[in-house]
Design a protein around this ligand. Structure first.
Ligand SMILES: *Cc1c(COP(=O)(O)O)cnc(C)c1O
Length: 405
């Protein structure tokens, strides 16, 4: 038996359900080769396009779909299988498929369930590049898209058409953090035989469990909290047993596979996910509470604040909040906002979030939304609260707010 086969079997072994543990314990050991002695603590990085087989029988065996072990690099390497196995365990799903980015995981999910003439429902507060994928590529392929209000819950039933195949959720919504009534939407979808998918990047599987809430496909931009250090692009799509084949085929056909280095960074990130996330949570909540009482602020958009519109739903369904939220200024023009943001020291201007560092970006929900119109007093800024000392972060924002005048 070749070394590659042994590794494949060991990774498969690590998928065997083990006694249930708290998330923190699971995060430390998931994806390891549990049946072997004297292995490195961290699964090694396997860089490979080609795997060699001793016999044609071995080759044919490895090529059986769904792929369970090394066959060709695009299908996965032992490093990728280790990351996938850890994610599946954490999500409580059947299997996880690693992809080149969060967006690759999302576009593959749409391609898995919708074809020409079908109809999909997509939340209006969706991450903007997903909207671009829908309006450009998906629409061109003949799929009809209806954007729905994130606050509609079970009322989504009246938007369902005979050819509706997928309800795509993201909760909380991008930029403005509307929390959806996922159980109500899932109940409608199940009654009608419609698949559901949810972008769970904000909460991660630590703070929200889509599969346990009846969702068929849980999506992660592992670029964010999973990798956690702003140095990798990685996606993860986790499905129920029923949804697995369709998503696996779509990711294979699209070819946007994750690289081994990135898979390794994802797996490494998982080890510290809980401590990082709880620190982000505590600091962000403290900053949000502090912002709420500053005179320059009209409203803080953070699901864990009791004043926030979606707070009760968040409290019912989620086990925590993360480091990303937004606030709306009480008026102020472009020039004032630029003066505030340009002078910030710890909050840097940049895309993405979920790394250890603090970030800030303007949000303009009016630009793209068609249903859930946002009416506010002034410009919105989205912040990611990093792992810096929280008093320094408040001081940075405080001097920023002073520059608004
Ligand atoms: C960043 C992000 C994505 C896309 O992930 P990439 O890894 O950047 O492709 C998807 N959904 C949400 C909510 C995101 O913030």
């Amino acid at each position: 038996m070749g070394a590659t086969r042994r590794l494949a079997e060991a990774v498969a072994l690590s998928r065997v359900p083990r006694p249930s543990k708290a998330a923190g314990s699971l995060l430390v050991s998931a994806g390891r080769l549990h049946d072997q002695s004297a292995v490195a603590v961290n699964p090694p990085v396997h860089r490979a396009s080609t795997f060699l087989f001793n016999t044609l029988d071995d080759f044919e065996e490895a090529g059986r779909t769904p792929f369970d072990g090394p066959f060709y690099g695009r299908v996965g390497t032992p490093t990728i299988f280790a990351f996938e196995s850890a994610m599946a365990e954490l999500e409580g799903g059947h299997r996880t498929i690693a992809t080149a980015s969060g967006l690759a995981a999302i576009s593959a999910t749409f391609m898995a369930f919708a074809t020409q003439g079908d109809h999909v429902l997509v939340v209006d507060t969706v991450y903007e590049p997903v909207r671009r994928f829908c309006d450009r590529l998906l629409a061109r392929l003949g799929v009809e898209i209806t954007y729905y209000d994130p606050r509609m819950g079970g009322d989504i039933e009246r938007l369902i058409q005979p050819r509706t195949k997928l309800i795509y959720m993201e909760s909380p919504g991008s930029g403005t953090f509307e929390v959806q009534d996922v159980p109500a939407i899932v109940a409608v979808a199940k009654a009608k035989g419609i698949k559901t998918a949810l972008d769970n990047t904000w909460a991660t599987p630590l703070f929200f469990k889509p599969i346990a809430h009846g969702v068929d496909v849980s999506l992660q931009s592992a670029t964010k909290y999973i990798a956690g250090h702003s140095d990798a692009m990685l996606g993860a799509v986790t499905t129920t047993a029923e949804g697995y084949e369709a998503v696996r085929r779509a990711t294979q056909d699209l070819g946007a596979c994750a690289g081994s280095e990135e898979g390794n960074l994802g797996l490494r990130g998982l080890r510290t996910l809980e401590v990082r996330l709880r620190h982000h949570e505590a600091s962000a909540f403290e900053v949000a509470q502090w912002l709420q009482v500053q005179p320059q602020i009209a409203r803080v958009l953070h699901p864990a604040l009791p004043s926030f519109a979606g707070h009760e739903t968040w409290k019912r369904d989620f086990e925590g909040s993360s480091g990303l939220f937004a606030f709306e200024l009480a008026g102020f023009d472009r020039e004032a906002v630029h003066a505030m943001v340009d002078g910030l020291d710890l909050f840097k201007i940049g895309f993405s979030w979920g790394g250890y560092e603090s970030l800030v970006l303007p949000v303009d929900p009016e630009k793209t939304r068609t249903v859930a119109k946002h009416t506010g007093a002034g410009p919105i800024l989205r912040v990611h609260v990093g792992l810096e000392a929280v008093d320094d972060l408040k001081a940075d924002l405080s001097s920023g707010l002073a520059r608004l005048r």
